[in-house]
Design a protein around this ligand. Structure first.
Ligand code: PAF
Length: 319
């Protein structure tokens, strides 16, 4: 990993790829904190549409905050990308990155903040010299209209490196975490980001598909004995796989944890339900799909998770 650089100057802005809820949340608070941020949008038409709206509008506690964050499309990027926060949907990440590949500096720091697993490995393969950090957030934010978002609930955000005990790496991660902590967003360093991501994957494997199948808000999963039993059974399958992978110590009190997340985000529509309602592709392949592929490699049966995977694919296809 290269030496720590000063964060987000005009020569080296923080680029944010993916103007969905999480990307827009960081872009908006970063802009308000005076950091040099640039949004990366799909094409010039999207940039024009964005400019017409005057920027990102973020609603928090019934107050709207407009942030005219500068935006580029792949054709208009003018400085090499040294720091990139990637908040695209898992399935769109690689193609979005390939569109800007010529602009990404060899030794760039790429921070992946999205639901699901399996994408970081693909990025490392395509950008072997870059530093790829992974992150997880429980900030609650949803899209109201094109560039208008609601910051619905405050959560925790962690970043870290996988397979690294190197002190320099950890110092760079710590500096980046501090640089990405735009109030009220707080980013902390995790010395075991794999465990954080695995735990988040488990939560997403339970809450996201079930809220689509029952067409309900997260908290409504706790309203009937039927859905509570389904949640327990899905968690049991994940615990079984985790034991086979020697990861069960990462999932202590997973049953309780999933229930607590459903309670804490009770009024939220899960990101997967929002995708289905908006007719967008879901992240099911990077969530239940990733889990089921891993189970298959280890000859572990996961009938419920398999069923959820098939159900969501079917619902998406007929959406
Ligand atoms: O994907 C989501 O919606 C979120 O990760 C979570 C934690 C399930 C809350 O809605």
């Amino acid at each position: 990993m290269s030496k720590a650089k000063p964060p987000f100057t005009s020569e080296s802005p923080l680029y944010i790829l993916g103007a969905g809820a999480i990307g827009s949340l960081w872009a908006s608070y970063g802009y308000q904190a005076g950091a040099n941020i640039r949004l990366l949008l799909r094409n010039q038409a999207t940039v024009n549409n964005y400019k017409k709206q005057g920027g990102i509008s973020l609603i928090r506690a019934n107050q709207a905050l407009l942030s005219p964050v500068p935006a580029d499309c792949p054709q208009s990027i003018s400085s090499p990308i040294q720091h990139l926060l990637i908040t695209t949907k898992a399935q769109q990440t690689l193609s979005a990155l390939m569109a800007i590949k010529p602009h990404i500096a060899d030794k760039a720091v790429l921070v992946l903040l999205q639901n699901g697993l399996g994408i970081a490995e693909q990025i490392r393969h395509e950008f072997p010299q870059a530093t790829v950090l992974q992150g997880s957030t429980t900030e609650g934010c949803y899209r109201q209209t094109d560039f208008e978002f609601v910051h619905a609930g405050h959560g925790d955000t962690f970043i870290g490196t996988v397979n690294s005990n190197n002190k320099t790496d950890l110092a760079v991660v710590a500096q980046l975490a501090a640089s990405l902590s735009f109030p009220p967003l707080m980013v902390s360093v995790s010395d075991n980001i794999e465990a954080v991501l695995w735990r988040k994957l488990a939560v997403n494997c339970v809450i996201n598909p079930l809220t689509v199948i029952h067409r309900c808000r997260n908290g409504e999963l706790l309203n009937t004995p039927e859905t509570i039993t389904q949640m327990r059974q899905i968690v049991d399958e994940i615990l079984h796989l985790s034991t086979a992978l020697n990861r069960d110590h990462w999932l202590e009190d997973l049953h309780e944890h999933v229930i607590n997340i459903a309670k804490a985000t009770a009024d939220n529509r899960s990101s997967m339900l929002q995708d289905i309602e908006a007719g967008r592709e879901t992240e099911i392949d990077a969530i239940s799909g990733y889990l089921c592929r891993l189970a298959e490699e280890h000859n572990i049966k996961m009938p419920l998770n398999q069923q959820l995977l098939q159900d969501i694919k079917r619902i998406s296809a007929t959406n």
